[in-house]
Design a protein around this ligand. Structure first.
Ligand code: CA
Length: 227
């Protein structure tokens, strides 16, 4: 994340005081926006590589802010949210945030999430294949190879793996999976997602009961390990 320009949207001085040295130590330069309107102003006038965003801001609802930012740019957005706020996280991830970091945050975890988000950015656009350790997802030919051997996936398994691979390291919510795999607004249930994930784990994981690649984010969704 050397030289990455990060826009921090946060209204709590105590959090900003912790974030600034952490991000600087990771090699990033930061701009601090203390409100949603200040964030819009910064985005009008400058380019950033990543946004770190608090959801409890004085002038705008967090979900609305994420939607506004997504409407103008596809740069990675990581949400800072307090522990136990699963619903708040889902409300931010569904309209397009890439990931969340729990507050109070651990510096190592925060920097790891930022690096993962910065890394996957170019891969999401126009890549012909995505490599995850020994697994290769060939997007163009719609094939999946493990150590060079093709494995057979159903249409839904393939759709799920492709979605997770394009967002690897980041969280994908149950709703996003349902919209992508079953179709936008489909009435599929979280239980159907769970069944599909279990099927895919049988094919990808060495120990499906102890998954290393396709990880559960409890109450929210799934994430593909950034290997
Ligand atoms: Ca706040």
């Amino acid at each position: 994340m050397d030289q990455a320009k990060i826009l921090v949207i946060e209204d709590a001085p105590a959090i900003v005081r912790m974030l600034e040295p952490t991000l600087a130590a990771g090699g990033a330069t930061t701009a601090i926006a203390w409100s949603g309107s200040q964030a819009s102003e910064y985005l009008d006038n400058d380019d950033y590589d990543l946004i770190l965003c608090d959801l409890g801001l004085p002038d705008v609802d967090g979900q609305d802010l994420i939607k506004q930012i997504r409407a103008r740019t596809d740069i990675p957005i990581i949400v800072l949210s307090a522990r136990g706020m699963e619903q708040e996280r889902i409300r931010a991830l569904d309209p397009g945030a890439d990931d969340f970091v729990p507050k109070p945050f651990a510096a190592g975890e925060l920097l790891a999430r930022i690096r993962a988000a910065l890394r996957r950015r170019p891969a999401a656009h126009g890549a012909a294949s995505i490599r995850l350790g020994e697994i290769e997802v060939d997007l163009e030919r719609r094939r999946v190879l493990i150590q060079g051997e093709e494995i057979r996936l159903s249409g839904r398994e393939h759709a799920l793996l492709t979605l997770l691979a394009q967002r690897r390291g980041g969280v994908v919510t149950h709703r996003e999976i349902i919209d992508h795999v079953w179709g936008s607004g489909a009435k599929a249930e979280t239980q159907s997602v769970r069944v599909l994930v279990a099927q895919l784990r049988q094919k990808l994981e060495e120990e499906p009961a102890n998954p290393r690649i396709l990880q559960t984010e409890p109450g929210i969704g799934y994430r593909l390990a950034d290997v």
